[in-house]
Design a protein around this ligand. Sequence first.
Ligand code: SF4
Ligand code: SF4
Length: 163
Amino acid sequence: MASFRETGVLSEEDLAGRVPPLERLRRGPCAVIECVERIPCNPCADACPFGAITIEGPMVTPPQLDPERCTGCGTCLGVCPGLAIFLLDLSMGEGKAHVTVPYELLPVPEEGEGVQVISRAGEALGEGRVVRVRRVGTTWLVTVEVPEEWVFSARAVKVVCDG
Ligand code: SF4
Ligand code: SF4
């Protein structure tokens, strides 16, 4: 599978070892940090109130998440300038997943609204239903309910405007 250096899109290979196990996601929301570039950045690690994010060595080292320490609070999503952190939750069962994405566009989706769900590669996956909207700092966090099979691919939402 091609690397993001060739395609511009993170592949499963790029994210190997960075995705929380399914068993953890079935217990409740947990962050996934899709940040693999060596860049001088660390607000996610500083912001986590539970010490779940660490950056070993120099600041350019990509952050690591301890899924067992993560409570799914969402604080890190609100401070990441790269919009590279998401919350995944499979605890509702019934073949459904909740994916929380950082959102900095207008209009902001409303709870209960149907939105287009977009993959990491920018492709439309289908429709999802917004189940929660909240603000962390200057960033909106939008939680959308989608089929479980989209949990590792749904990474953005798009409001469908009439007319
Ligand atoms: S979601 Fe909350 S607990 Fe989990 S890594 Fe982010 S800030 Fe820490
Ligand atoms: S704040 Fe975002 S971009 Fe910066 S190191 Fe953390 S995950 Fe990467």
